[in-house]
Design a binder for this molecule. Structure first.
Ligand SMILES: [Zn+2]
Length: 288
């Protein structure tokens, strides 16, 4: 998986890509299976999963999902190399919020947006749609404002809403809207480094976010602590970017020597008797 020029992250070093039991998780007894398992494995609604249109429940008259403020200017935006991914956060501005759709009466405020990718352009997404993988997956993480902050919300069943977007690398030209972020990615090669980004750096999700159809289900975080607190909202049509734009992410370092080659969690399979309800939600009204 690693070429001579890329000091690869091995499977054990990259917790996002590892399907092994995370060391930090406590071992507890699974009463159904009578074995000791890591605490998070007791739960049954782990993400990511494969989405299939024909297996989902179709709802044609969902309330529209509304994005407020995600592509506004003002305040400050920063992109940081955490050693596992690139994370975008806003500061000194009213934070974007998400309402409507599957979120009932609650308001979810933007916490951060981050990316998943892998060693090649055909396997960098976490969710699989109709058997197909894409080059990257972006996750816009929001928490429910009925909780004080992300930390308080992250383990509550209605705590988080994560909007996922697929990115597909093509031989075509750069996606000009995505360049605001990739220009910043070039500056955060070192772990822990951070740089400013134009505050309207999320315009590349705008078109997809205004689409009338998306998939939604109740699942989990795909990184530690894997809590089942996420209302997932996934748009099926990939956003096109160039291969070069994706490649910049692979230059980011996970420590002094190695780069972040793969931060994708493998597909999770729910037990037979715990079938996940995946809803294909459509609204006939356009969101903001
Ligand atoms: Zn993620």
């Amino acid at each position: 998986m690693t070429g001579p020029n890329v000091a690869g992250v091995t499977k054990n070093e990259c917790i996002c890509a590892s399907d092994e039991e995370p060391e930090q998780s406590q071992l507890v007894e699974d009463h159904e299976a009578h074995v000791l398992v890591a605490e998070w494995r007791l739960h049954k609604f782990q993400s990511p999963i494969e989405l299939k249109h024909d297996d989902s429940i179709h709802h044609d008259h969902f309330e529209p999902l509304e994005f407020h403020g995600h592509w506004d200017k003002g305040g400050k935006a920063f992109l940081k190399n955490t050693g596992k991914t690139a994370v975008l956060r806003f500061e000194s501005r009213e934070l974007p919020v998400l309402v409507g759709g599957p979120l009932h009466e609650d308001t979810y405020v933007f916490e951060q947006l981050h990316f998943h990718w892998s060693a090649d352009d055909t396997s960098g997404c976490e969710h699989i749609f109709e058997g197909r993988a894409y080059s990257m997956e972006a996750h816009a993480v929001h928490y429910n404002t009925k909780y004080a902050d992300f930390d308080e919300a992250h383990d509550k069943p209605d705590g988080l809403a994560v909007v996922g977007f697929f990115l597909e690398a093509t031989d075509n030209e750069d996606n000009p809207c995505f360049n605001k972020l990739t220009n910043a990615v070039k500056k955060i090669v070192e772990i822990g480094s951070m740089t400013c980004v134009p505050t309207d750096c999320l315009t590349w999700i705008k078109e997809e976010a205004q689409c009338k159809g998306y998939y939604t289900y109740q699942g989990s975080l795909t990184t530690e602590p894997y809590t089942e607190s996420v209302t997932w909202i996934l748009y099926p049509t990939p956003i096109h970017v160039s291969r070069e734009q994706v490649a910049y992410f692979r230059n980011m370092k996970s420590n002094e020597k190695t780069t972040i080659v793969n931060n994708v969690r493998p597909l999770q399979t729910p037990p037979e008797h715990k079938k996940l309800n995946i809803i294909y939600a459509r609204s006939h009204r356009k969101s903001e």
